[in-house]
Design a protein around this ligand. Structure first.
Ligand SMILES: Cc1ncc(COP(=O)(O)O)c(C=O)c1O
Length: 364
């Protein structure tokens, strides 16, 4: 298809539209189960949510302190505004933590199975990185504490729940970890998937920040809130830490639109509930179908499933790919794949493929 207007020498609006439609059709054909996004998307609710709200003056720079969003988060989390920093996704907050605290003489400590961004941050800051073997797909509290003792002071990163494994630490275990680590080290607790978890014993660590001033808790709007494309995240910590984080970042990082939609999303309890319910029901579907196959590595608690596919990984991945299903592979891990929980029909499709792979020795 001709997409460029020859006379104009640049892409015409019509060609752009065709291009967009092509991409949409392509995306609809491909089932994207690789980034732990919310399959409900933003469900077209934002035009309605924004309806009646004040006009956004996007001709002006946003409010430098993002005060409305921070006030809304403060009410939502029941913590003081000075204890909150917002960022362009929680990745941005994590990078800022790296820039502020991973300075000369400090190191980063992470589990072997964890969100890979922590490692990238440590590498880019040029500080030593110490990896502690995960135990049964979960963070090894004693191992992390021992490493912090031996190698510290540093920044210990843990995700709770853990991505990609899907394991979680109980509230009591998190407290044990914090108490075992010297106050000279920082402990970053990444709760990107907090809203999905409904298992007993799991709790947020936000309430611990007051008692333990070396703790930072990060969260995101990208998952249960369904706003991955908006790029909005936040963290909670003591005001002195928040100040240090804010010092290493450029102004006007978050657009007025993102701030406004973030506030609206915080009021949209029904959507988060719907997202949590969908993930919970679909987790059960995966568990019921796949548990007998031994493919499931850990009982999932968030919106993704970690599968132990062993030496047949390439074949599993090839079959899924041939069906236009994108899932997450890990270059350094030859045995596992991660599948984001999608819509019911997508999940059924994936389960059927996985079952066929298992039962028919990959002959589908
Ligand atoms: C554990 C964890 N933390 C943080 C993030 C970053 O999310 P975002 O930058 O979209 O807020 C992700 C994204 O997948 C994640 O899995």
């Amino acid at each position: 298809m001709q997409k460029h207007d020859k006379n104009m020498g640049h892409t015409s609006p019509v060609a752009q539209r065709v291009d967009r439609m092509d991409k949409e059709i392509e995306a609809r054909r491909r089932v994207m189960l690789m980034r732990n996004e919310n399959p409900l998307g933003d469900s077209n609710r934002f035009p309605t949510l924004l309806d009646g709200s004040r006009m956004l003056d996007i001709g002006r720079y946003p409010d430098m302190g993002y005060s409305e969003l921070i006030r809304a988060l403060s009410r939502h989390l029941e913590v003081d505004s000075e204890c909150i920093a917002v960022g362009a996704g929680s990745s941005d907050i994590l990078w800022s933590i790296g820039r502020a605290f991973l300075v000369a003489g400090r190191c980063a400590i992470v589990s072997t199975i964890t969100f890979e961004l922590y490692e990238q941050i440590a590498e880019s800051m040029g500080v030593p990185l110490h990896k502690v073997d995960s135990i049964l797909y979960s963070h090894d509290i004693l191992g992390l504490a021992a490493a912090a003792e031996r190698k510290g002071p540093g920044v210990v990163f843990i995700d709770n729940p853990c991505n990609p494994a899907g394991s979680y630490l109980r509230g009591r275990q998190v407290i044990d970890l914090i108490e075992l680590i010297s106050a000279k080290s920082l402990i970053v607790i990444d709760e990107a998937y907090f809203e999905y978890v409904d298992v007993e014993g799991y709790s947020t660590s936000i309430g611990l920040v007051k008692k333990y001033p070396n703790v930072i808790v990060t969260r995101t709007f990208s998952k249960a809130f369904g706003l991955a494309g908006l790029r909005l995240g936040y963290c909670v910590a003591e005001p002195a830490i928040i100040e240090m984080i804010n010092e290493v970042r450029p102004p006007f990082l978050i657009s007025s639109i993102a701030s406004e939609l973030g506030v609206a999303a915080l009021h949209d309890h029904a959507f988060v509930k719907q997202s949590r319910q969908l993930a919970s029901e679909e987790r059960k579907r995966f568990l019921n179908a796949l548990r007998p196959t031994n493919l499931i590595a850990v009982d999932p608690v968030a919106n993704f499933i970690f599968l132990r596919v062993g030496c047949d990984k390439t074949r599993f991945v090839d079959v899924l790919r041939s069906q236009n299903i994108s899932i997450r592979e890990f270059g350094n891990d030859p045995e596992h794949i991660r599948i984001t929980i999608g819509l019911p029909e997508e999940n059924m499709f994936v389960i059927n493929i996985l079952m066929s792979c298992k039962q028919h020795d990959f002959s589908i």
